[in-house]
Every structure is written in C-alpha cells, then in structure tokens.
Design a protein around this ligand. Structure first.
Ligand SMILES: C[S@@+](CC[C@H](N)C(=O)[O-])C[C@H]1O[C@@H](n2cnc3c(N)ncnc32)[C@H](O)[C@@H]1O
Length: 293
C-alpha cells in the first residue's frame, strides 16, 4: 500500500516536471511546412570543381540579364531554368543547377551579391513596409534610421515618408538602383550606400533606429548586438525580423541581446508570418524589438 502511494507520488512529480519543462523549453518545430516549396538552405558551401562552371555561367548570365520594368515580376528560378532549357539543357538538369546555386551562393558575400543582383533584376520582393516596423515606430518621434540590407528600399521609403532621416545600405547594385527609383517615385529622399554588413561604417551613437528586415544577419551571429549597441544613440531601437533555418530557442536570442531592454520578441512557426517575403512562410520567423537604455 505504502509503496503504491510512493509510486503514485513519483509519477505525479514526473508529470508536473514534464509539464513545467514543456512550458519553458521551446519546442522543436519542423523547418518545412507541409506542401510548401523547399526551404532555402542558408548554410553556405564552397563550390566543388563540378560547381565552378555552373557558378561561372550563372554569374555571366546575371550580368547580361535585362532588368524587368518596374512593377514586373518573374520568379528568378523560372527565368534561369527557362534560359538553360532554351540552350538545350534538360529541365531536370537546369533545376538541379539552380538548387546548387542556392547552396553555393551563401558561401561568400560576393556570390550572395550576384544572386541578389539577378533576383532584383527579376523584380522579386514585397513592396509594402514591414508590419513590425510600422507597429514599432507609430508613436515615435522621427530621428536617424539605418536600414541594413535595404533591398529595393520599401522600409527606407516608408521611414522617410513619415519623417525619418534615412540611410540604407546593401551589397546589391540592383537593389540600390531599385531603391532610388522607388524613392523618387514616392517623392522622398533617402541615402543609399553600397556596402556589406562587415564593411558598412556603423559608427558610434549615430542612429535612433537600426532595422534589419530579412537582411541576412543571422540571429545566432553574436557580434551584432555589440555593433548595434555602439552604433545606436541612447534610447535607440533595433527592429529585427528574419527567418531562421534551425529552431533557435528564443531564450538564446534574448540572452544575446541582454545589454538591451527587449521590448518585443516573437518566435513564430513556419506559415505564421503572412505579410512578408514568401520564404518566411516556409521557415520559422523571429521578430525582435530591443532598446538601448
Ligand atoms: C531578403 S532581402 C531583404 C531586403 C529588405 N531588407 C526587405 O526587407 O525588403 C535580403 C537583402 O540583404 C542583402 N544582403 C545579403 N547579404 C548582405 C551582406 N552581407 N551585406 C549587406 N547586404 C546583404 C541582399 O542584397 C538583399 O537586398
């Protein structure tokens, strides 16, 4: 009798412990939503000797690729595959090459730049500003904003349109061209700089807001909280939203930003974010707003 009661107590304790663990330990989540397009693998690779000619052909193709008229979009993959098929290459092989390109582009910033030049010549990317940014700045007094990896400038243009003095940088010349054209059309002034994250002069106490919207700064890259801290003025904000390839416990993310006051953090399942880059619908997404105090 005694031993049955003790046994029950142990079982009950285990159940309570398991429920507590379920509450505090972030659950592992699938990287790919059912029926989705394949997740883009962002672990970079150096091209193998077999990849080299594929990359060289791709780079030359991107250089010669005409930019579509503003507002026109053709999926970049379709454009590339169709060009190879036209040259007599079997569709399956053309698709295989594109998959290789997606992997090896991440192995170097220069290759990443080539990829994005081609993608922007094909008109990809959303036009409306990031919702997290809109929600965050609604009641703020405008100041100096920096848009890291600005793309075609949708967020810089939005910031400028509501009074922020805005600078954006990107590795892609085509992104910057698009940003300038779009800013002109919107009748706002923005500053655009061609730079990469590791060469842009962030400076010290320069910015009231730093935005990284899917800018290819990984949430597990530990150097950025320090760079942003130094670059922000007191009271300045970081607005960060990106997809993640591996489930990163949100507690790790918050820990990396511990010098800041974290005002908002969200760790969203694949398929939840529906206001942004298509790719974020097939990957988990992280949102973070943090303030330098
Ligand atoms: C997914 S797009 C996002 C563009 C923009 N932030 C937006 O939300 O519309 C990623 C952007 O990051 C830029 N990028 C990628 N790696 C970069 C790097 N190392 N330095 C600067 N920009 C980079 C690309 O050129 C591209 O414009």
């Amino acid at each position: 009798m005694k031993s049955t009661a003790a046994h029950l107590r142990i079982v009950a304790t285990l159940i309570v412990m398991a429920s507590l663990a379920a509450m505090v330990i972030p659950q592992h989540r699938p990287v790919e939503a059912a029926g989705s397009v394949p997740v883009i693998v962002t672990i970079g690779q150096t091209p193998s000797p077999q990849d080299e000619p594929i990359w060289q052909q791709f780079e030359a193709w991107v250089a010669a690729l005409p930019a579509l008229a503003p507002g026109e979009i053709v999926p970049f993959r379709d454009r590339y595959v169709a060009s190879l098929v036209q040259q007599g290459i079997a569709r399956k092989e053309a698709e295989r090459r594109y998959e290789r390109i997606l992997v090896i582009r991440h192995g170097s910033v220069d290759r990443e730049r080539v990829y994005w030049d081609g993608a922007f010549k094909s008109g990809i990317g959303p036009d409306s500003p990031l919702r997290l940014l809109q929600e965050t700045i609604r009641k703020l007094k405008p100041g100096r904003a920096l848009d890291a990896g600005m793309g075609r400038g949708r967020n810089s243009i939005y910031l400028a349109s509501v009074g922020w003095d805005t600078t954006g940088y990107d590795i892609s010349v085509e992104a910057l061209k698009g940003a300038r054209t779009n800013a002109e059309k919107a009748g706002v002034t923005i500053r655009t700089v061609q730079a990469r994250h590791d060469t842009f002069p962030f400076g010290e106490a320069q910015w009231d807001l730093i935005l990284c919207a899917y800018c290819y700064i990984r949430p597990d890259d530990t150097q950025w909280p320090e760079v942003f801290w130094k670059a922000l003025r007191p009271g300045g904000l970081v607005v960060y939203q990106t997809f993640v390839e591996t489930a990163t416990p949100v507690s790790d993310l918050v820990d990396r930003w511990r010098r800041f006051r974290v005002l908002r953090v969200e760790d969203l399942d694949a398929g939840v974010v529906d206001d942004d880059w298509t790719i974020s619908r097939t990957n988990p997404t992280i949102k973070l707003v943090a303030r330098k105090e």
